[in-house]
Design a protein around this ligand. Structure first.
Ligand code: GDP
Ligand code: MN
Length: 398
């Protein structure tokens, strides 16, 4: 689950990571109030107005602007709120800006060249360890840095048994070329950042830029946080931060129905029970020359109601040209699932306008196949896994 910058910063702040202070606003009037409050608290007269959308590169798209007085706060807020923000990370139509963050200006006018660093914490899947990735080349596109000057990106891996060790935090500060007070601040920053990542069960923390101010403070100016969905049950307060306006509407509907659905680019809709079988099914579709349109795990109880809901969700994707149902009947009997598929098909009538290939294996598989074959519905049954994938290809090529 992705968070907005302001939410990510709240989490960072709660773990003692220094952040550029800010207040979120929904209207230009709220923005002005926020700016006044920040001036009282921080003494800043200048503010940055930052669009809150789940996409990076906002600065490049005109979603981050400096306001030098309250009139500018109001007019810039008015411009950014409600705009369709297009950035290198959004679609061509962009993302609607519902909220803005009014933040203190931390790039002090006296700073000839602000020191911006890049820092992220994430899992290195190859080694199974968390790592801190950091660079002196902050504030810009880190993908471009990785492409053109890879030697300027450092990584520090963390042993899960010991956690981040003090010498590692010092090494980060050293490699970033810091000394004196800034060095000490960076050690504190890295240590608190890693703790925040670890304790919040996050999958990614990306701070770009991390700023060194002229008075040697180190702070997070931006925050991209991705939480691990599977750990949300133990962070109710973070789970409440979900902003469904930012998410894929089909995925939102599937979650509400208790289905595990991920939208993909292909044209073969998949309805499978169990995440492992779902992955295997997607692999086999690919191998047969097709392309999965989604990952969908309907879970253990594949009854008619669930199957119908799942069909409905798969069919919302206009790219779907065929549906493969691949269900293993272990606890749930195949003939019950087959009945569910047939009933759902009947109920949905002409809403189902693509061929369905149905493979049911396990308890009562034979009865299930007979039920499908004798249903009079246009459902193609299959027994073997490969056979099912091949039949999908056949209908696509027909
Ligand atoms: P992103 O473009 O979505 O990554 O958004 P960021 O939060 O990283 O902001 C983009 C850029 O805006 C930063 O790299 C800074 O150069 C600039 N910026 C952010 N905060 C301030 C600020 O307080 N003052 C000034 N002058 N510029 C800022
Ligand atoms: Mn950024």
């Amino acid at each position: 689950m992705n968070l907005h910058e302001y939410q990510g910063k709240e989490i960072l702040n709660s773990f003692g990571v220094r952040i550029q202070r800010g207040i979120v606003a929904n209207t230009p009037e709220e923005a002005v109030e926020a700016a006044k409050k920040l001036t009282e608290e921080t003494g800043t007269g200048w503010h940055v107005i930052k669009a809150q959308v789940h996409a990076g590169g906002r600065g490049k798209g005109g979603g981050v602007k400096l306001a030098k007085n309250l009139d500018e706060v109001k007019s810039i807020s008015n411009d950014i709120l409600g705009m369709m923000l297009v950035t290198p990370q959004t679609s061509a139509e962009g993302k609607l800006v519902n909220q803005i963050l009014i933040a203190e200006d931390v790039y002090y006018p006296g700073d000839s060249e602000p020191n911006e660093f890049y820092m992220s914490v994430l899992l290195n899947r190859a080694t199974g360890r968390n790592m801190i990735m950091y660079s002196t080349e902050g504030g810009m596109d880190i993908e471009a840095v990785a492409e053109e000057t890879p030697h300027l990106i450092f990584t520090e891996e963390i042993d899960p048994a010991t956690g981040l060790l003090p010498f590692q935090a010092r090494k980060v500060a050293f490699n970033l070329g810091l000394s004196g007070a800034a060095f000490k601040e960076m050690v504190k920053f890295v240590t608190a950042l890693y703790t925040a990542y670890d304790k919040s069960d996050s999958a990614l923390f990306e701070i770009n830029p991390v700023l060194k101010t002229s008075d040697d403070k180190i702070m997070a100016v931006d925050a991209k946080v991705t939480l691990d969905d599977n750990a949300l049950f133990r962070h109710k307060d973070y789970a409440a931060m979900r902003d469904e306006r930012e998410e894929n509407p089909i995925e939102v509907e599937a979650r509400a129905a208790g289905l595990n659905y991920v939208d993909l680019d292909g044209n073969v809709g998949c309805m499978v029970n169990g995440a492992g079988l779902a992955m295997g099914t997607m692999d086999l579709i690919k191998q047969a020359g097709g392309d999965p349109a989604n990952f969908l795990d309907v879970g253990g109880t594949a009854d008619a109601q669930r199957v119908e809901t799942a069909f409905g969700i798969i069919l919302k994707d206009p790219n779907v040209k065929a549906i493969l149902v691949n269900i293993f009947g272990g606890i749930v009997r195949c003939d019950r699932v087959a009945q569910g598929v047939v009933d759902a098909y009947k109920n949905m009538g002409d809403k189902i306008n693509v061929p369905i290939i149905c493979r049911l294996q396990g308890t009562n598989a034979k009865e299930a196949k007979e039920l499908i074959d004798n249903s009079g519905m246009e459902i193609i049954s299959a027994t073997e896994f490969q056979e099912a994938a091949d039949k999908v290809q056949e209908v696509l090529e027909a």
